[in-house]
Design a protein around this ligand. Structure first.
Ligand code: ADP
Ligand code: ZN
Length: 612
């Protein structure tokens, strides 16, 4: 363990392990297997990187994400770790060079795509070298029910038969126990020790807001208030909306790139590359974007449409803040979203059993949106993790929600649906409640209904909110006709009869939501410190560009931030900063110290001049 800790400090520049990293590493160094379930950003990579360095021979890392392998290798090389990758994107000459280094025992780590590893050529190669371990990353790809299923993963169990003495570690950020069982079974990991860490992502602030009259303005307001210059992802359901939103953000001075399955491969790759390599780029995407996006400094994930389940929401929002600095998960939703998704699930061709599961998953997510209590407690609770205290870092904790007794209003709404024959959408129903004698209302004779004009105590927006909440609670259901027609459900009877009180969330007025308490720009530095921060980023950018690597491969934001706070003036002090290991100190120490010293000097000068 001494040796592992020494490597953590000298190579990676980190002070201490985050449990259970230490236990996992000890297990592998001792030659035993491990299965690690840890959230995104939890620090899975160190669990196999350090044992690969400590143990004799090469650690083989199986990963399906070949687009990201080179970045991982670049990052390790920056740390002075000998790493390479083998995948279909390499030229034959580069492949031969990697193979030579492998045979010469010159590699601590080799990243390889599963289909490549399983080829006879690779297996024969591995038989000729010493192996430190096998790491199977994104291990949930063996799950046939999951959305990332890769058939090649099923064959990885043969590694154990062919290389029986080599320890194996499987890693995933997917938490549920069914997937976990599948991984054990299909990879033959019965002997592996299981390590599960909390799936909480404390640095992510969860917020859910109702859609106002202009969703785009809401998004723009959020970005301008809190995310100037930050990188982030905006998710939309349809390609068209992705394109429109990206174009619109560009018009307003943001660098936003569309990403969806309808774009050709080259464009998609380019946009992903720009997102990784440049700073402050926003990707507007359908869910097709994001699996395995390793970018640590994604500062926000915004949803303009509802995800399909809590699992999807957790996974998508989880792409924010891998570096542990404050990050935002921001979602807006409205009645139409619920109606559309309910109809999509209800009207699909899938077998009934499957539809029921999907409906339940969607309901859980909608319930999460309408929640009055702590969002984090609910999110973790959904995954079976109990949390006793509210988190203090979600919208409901920061600004406790008021409830009101909506029983009477709900009865009006429900009976209005009933009396008009369960054949209308929300717009018409609200017209009736508010007593608006529109042409359609008159044509249908709805101005003669007993519910005509009984709802003037609430305004249009408040009625819409109430209808949304009734649909969300399953007291009203959209028809399968695709027109947003609402009908009553069994569940609404007790409410309609006045037997069941209905306390509902009171929406903050949008005007107030705009001035939300607790909103804060991420990473604020002002004055001289702000200038230093920018100058350090500039230095990092030029070093990164010169080598063709993403800036975060040089130093993470968290490390630059600590430089601004500590302002080290010599190599020893700089080496104490988290994320500054031996190799980076040698390569970049002076370059960053120069920037810091220069700023100390100019700032002092400024003070001096100001005093005179
Ligand atoms: P995962 O693969 O689980 O999503 P990573 O391995 O990419 O997470 O680690 C997430 C971030 O946490 C990285 O920036 C990594 O350098 C950092 N990290 C990991 N372990 C530690 C540690 N013990 N101390 C400080 N930072 C760490
Ligand atoms: Zn909370």
């Amino acid at each position: 363990m001494q040796q592992s800790l020494h490597i953590l400090r000298s190579v990676f520049g980190y002070e201490a392990f985050r449990p259970p990293q230490d236990a996992v590493i000890e297990q592998l160094v001792g030659g035993e297997d491990a299965l690690v379930l840890m959230p995104t950003g939890g620090g899975k990579s160190l669990c196999y990187q350090i044992p690969s360095i400590v143990r004799p021979g090469t650690g083989i890392v199986v990963s399906p994400l070949i687009a990201l392998m080179q970045d991982q290798v670049d990052a390790l090389e920056q740390l002075g770790v000998r790493a390479a990758c083998l995948n279909s994107s390499l030229e034959p000459e580069a492949v031969r060079s990697v193979e030579r280094r492998l045979l010469a025992g010159e590699l601590d780590l080799l990243y390889i795509a599963p289909e490549r590893l399983l080829g006879e050529r690779s297996l024969a190669l591995l038989e000729r070298i010493e192996l430190a371990l096998f790491a199977i990353d994104e291990a949930h790809c063996v799950s046939q029910w999951g959305h990332d299923f890769r058939p090649e993963y099923l064959q990885l169990s043969m590694l154990h038969q062919r290389f029986p003495g080599v320890p194996r570690i499987a890693l995933t950020a997917t938490a549920d126990s069914a997937t976990q069982r599948e991984i054990v079974e299909r990879l033959g990991l019965e002997e592996a020790r299981l390590y599960i860490s909390s799936f909480d992502r404390p640095n992510i602030r969860y917020r859910v807001q109702p859609k106002g009259s202009s969703v785009r303005d809401q998004l723009l307001g959020f970005l301008e208030r809190e995310h100037r210059g930050n990188a982030g992802i905006v998710y939309c359901l349809s390609r068209k909306r992705v394109e429109q939103t990206a174009a619109w953000l560009n018009e307003h001075g943001w660098t936003a790139l569309p990403y969806h399955a309808g774009l050709d491969g080259a464009t998609r790759r380019l946009h992903q590359q720009r997102f990784l390599r440049e700073e402050g780029v926003i990707v507007v995407a359908t869910i097709a974007f994001g699996m395995g996006i390793d970018k640590p400094d994604v500062r926000f994930v915004a949803h303009l449409d509802l995800p399909k389940s809590m699992e999807a929401y957790y996974q998508e929002t989880g792409r924010a803040g891998r570096d542990g600095l404050p990050a935002d998960a921001w979602l807006v939703y409205g009645l139409n979203d619920i109606v559309t998704l309910r109809q999509m699930v209800g009207g699909s061709e899938a077998p009934e059993a499957r539809k029921r599961v999907e409906q339940r998953k969607l309901d859980a997510l909608i319930g999460f949106c309408e929640l009055v209590g702590c969002r984090r407690q609910a999110l973790l609770g959904y995954f079976g993790e109990q949390r006793d205290e509210p988190c203090g870092n979600c919208d409901n904790c920061l600004e406790p929600v008021q409830t009101w007794d909506a029983t009477e209003a709900a009865r009006m709404a429900l009976s209005c649906v009933f009396r008009s024959g369960q054949r209308y959408g929300v717009g018409h129903l609200i017209d009736i409640l508010l007593g608006r004698a529109t042409e359609r209302v008159q044509q249908q004779g709805h101005d003669r209904l007993s519910t005509f004009g009984i709802g003037t105590a609430l305004n249009q927006t408040e009625w819409r909110t109430l209808f949304r909440q009734l649909v969300a609670r399953g007291l009203l259901a959209p028809d399968d006709d695709g027109f947003g027609t609402l009908r009553l459900t069994e569940a609404c009877r007790p409410v309609l009869r006045g037997e069941q009180p209905l306390p509902l969330r009171r929406e903050p007025r949008l005007g107030r939501a705009r001035r939300e308490r607790g909103s804060r720009p991420v990473l604020p530095f002002s004055g001289g410190l702000g200038r230093l921060w920018e100058a350090l980023r500039q230095r990092r950018r030029s070093l990164a560009e010169a080598q063709g690597v993403p800036p975060y491969v040089i130093f993470h934001d968290a490390t630059l931030r600590e430089m601004v706070e500590q302002r080290p003036l010599d190599i020893a002090a700089l080496g104490d900063i988290s994320g500054v290991g031996r190799s980076k100190l040698e390569r970049y120490g002076e370059a960053f110290l120069d920037v810091i010293r220069e700023h100390e000097f100019t700032d002092e000068q400024e003070h001096h001049d100001a005093r005179r």
